[in-house]
Every structure is written in C-alpha cells, then in structure tokens.
Design a protein around this ligand. Structure first.
Ligand code: SF4
Ligand code: SF4
Length: 73
C-alpha cells in the first residue's frame, strides 16, 4: 500500500493559509516561528496522516508544498 508524505518549504511559504483551508484531514497548521521573510509558514506534526490528495500542493500559489509517495515494503 502506498504511503504519502507532505513536505513544506518553510522559506518559500508566505503564510497565506490556503493549504490549511483545503486539507481534508485538517493536518496543516501554521508554525509558531517566522521564516526569513517574516511569515509564519505552514507545517504539520502529522506528516504520516497525509492521504496524498494533492489539494494543498495545487492550491499553494508559491509552490511551497511537495507530496511524496513511498511504497511500503
Ligand atoms: S495532500 Fe491532501 S491530505 Fe496531504 S496535506 Fe495536502 S491537502 Fe492534506
Ligand atoms: S498555500 Fe503555500 S504559501 Fe500559502 S500557507 Fe500554504 S504552503 Fe504557505
């Protein structure tokens, strides 16, 4: 069974929260720390709960999100 992981680029994110609003699993939150542009970037502590729907990556205006698929052995 495939397993998905979501990864955010904290230095590219502008903190618009669009990704957070579309995630059906509600697993995206905003960091308590600001990046080098002064924005609180999107992140998650529940990376393994991602179902790989790609909604967040598609909605992100800055291409700050990548979805990875791993084949479980
Ligand atoms: S790919 Fe889907 S489930 Fe995974 S973090 Fe993005 S919106 Fe949420
Ligand atoms: S949609 Fe993109 S720019 Fe906006 S908060 Fe999410 S990762 Fe950051």
């Amino acid at each position: 069974m495939a397993k998905f992981q979501v990864r955010f680029d904290p230095d590219v994110c502008k903190g618009c929260e669009l990704c957070r609003s579309v995630c059906p699993k509600g697993l995206i939150e905003m960091s308590e720390h600001v990046n080098n542009k002064g924005y609180a970037p999107a992140t998650t502590t529940r990376v393994d709960e991602c179902i790989g729907c790609t909604s967040c990556a598609l909605v992100c205006p800055d291409g700050a999100i990548a979805i990875y698929k791993e084949e479980e052995k």
